[in-house]
Ligand binder design. Structure first.
Ligand code: ADP
Ligand code: MG
Length: 327
């Protein structure tokens, strides 16, 4: 049974100066016990979708059902069976201990008292902050506050739990712990874990399925493995001298589907990552670059990443896409 069903969902934001189509006819189904990732660059529409699914925002048109309840018509029921946490949002009372904060939220959901105590201990142990439980919130480091926030999202034993950029700004070790927790919650407790992220490694590492989103549109939905398999085009990294920066948009090179250019100012080289229409274009691209005065120092065939899947569909990488959205 699908725990999240999204049908022709559209959301428009109108401000005085512009009209943004934040979600454009989105269709999705997420199953019980699935770790599902919404992957896309900043501005793609991820937070908008999560806010609609968590009843914080109304859709412009279309329908969404979470745990069997309609997010508009049965918003209250949806709120009772979901958990939600966002890394860009601070929640809780500063002058109250972490334990009391969690207890407070558990009581909002009507979790029985003994059960609440047990769950607080369990979540603190899983997220490794037991020794912080009796400290006041304002005393906690950012990392511990983030963990507390994640624990809060799980305190009511939710059927579906939503995390918006959960590991943003976390150190590598904490992020790893948190990702392990998500997988555990899906496997052991059969929760649906719905995750928005612009971190492709995160999506690849823990998601059973990933939806790639750009400018409000879902470009593809599948397992990370299948997404990469369907790419079916060679990904090549060309190392060039700094003049590589003057290549501009790699798509202007014949045979290049899309790519990214990264400068390494220390070694004064540039890495041009390109997806080629097929193998035969490699020589041609090298020749074209050299004709433009860009010296190719070496090249290497790479395993595709989820960002390459994105590039193959959009032509540009996450960073270029984010820059193009800045007004
Ligand atoms: N309250 C709002 N008013 C106007 N525009 C908004 C609002 N919220 C989001 N947007 C716009 O909708 C688009 C999608 O934003 P968002 O869902 O936050 O993307 P993401 O979470 O993927 O970074 C962006 O262009 C953003 O500027
Ligand atoms: Mg966001």
């Amino acid at each position: 049974m699908a725990n999240v069903e999204v049908e022709s969902l559209t959301r428009v934001f109108e401000t005085r100066s512009r009209r943004v189509l934040a979600l454009d006819n989105v269709n999705l189904e997420v199953e019980k016990g699935e770790v599902f990732g919404l992957l896309g660059p900043n501005g793609a529409g991820k937070t908008t979708l999560i806010r609609i699914l968590t009843t914080l925002l109304l859709p412009t048109s279309g329908r969404a059902v979470v745990g069997g309840f309609d997010v508009v018509k049965e918003a209250k029921k949806v709120r009772g069976i979901i958990g939600f946490s966002s890394s860009s949002e601070r929640v809780g009372f500063d002058f109250v201990t972490a334990r009391r904060n969690l207890w407070f939220f558990s009581q909002l959901y009507g979790v029985p008292k003994s059960e609440a105590d047990r769950r607080i201990e369990e979540l603190a142990s899983l997220l490794e902050f037991q020794d912080q439980l009796d400290r006041k919130l304002y005393m906690l480091t950012t990392g511990y506050k983030q963990r507390l926030n994640l624990a809060r999202a799980l305190i009511n034993d939710p059927t579906v739990v939503f995390f918006d950029e959960p590991t943003n700004g976390m150190d590598v070790f904490s992020a790893k712990k948190v990702r392990e927790l998500f997988v555990r919650e899906a496997r052991v407790n059969s929760r649906t874990v719905f995750l928005a992220t612009h971190n492709m490694f995160e999506a690849e590492e823990i998601c059973d399925r990933v939806a790639i989103i750009d400018r409000g549109r879902i470009l593809a939905v599948d397992t990370p493995e299948n997404l990469k398999l369907t790419l079916d085009k060679p990904v090549v990294m060309l190392e060039t001298d700094v003049a590589g920066a003057s290549v501009g948009d790699p798509r202007t090179l014949d045979g290049v589907v899309g790519g990214t250019v990264k400068l390494d100012s220390e070694s004064e080289t540039a890495n041009i990552r390109v997806i080629l229409r097929d193998e035969d274009y490699l020589d041609k691209v090298v020749t074209l670059l050299e004709r433009r005065g860009v010296k190719v120092l070496g090249y290497q065939r790479l395993e595709p990443t989820l960002e390459d899947v994105f590039i193959s569909k959009v032509g540009a990488g996450f960073a270029e896409r984010e820059r193009s959205l800045e007004v």
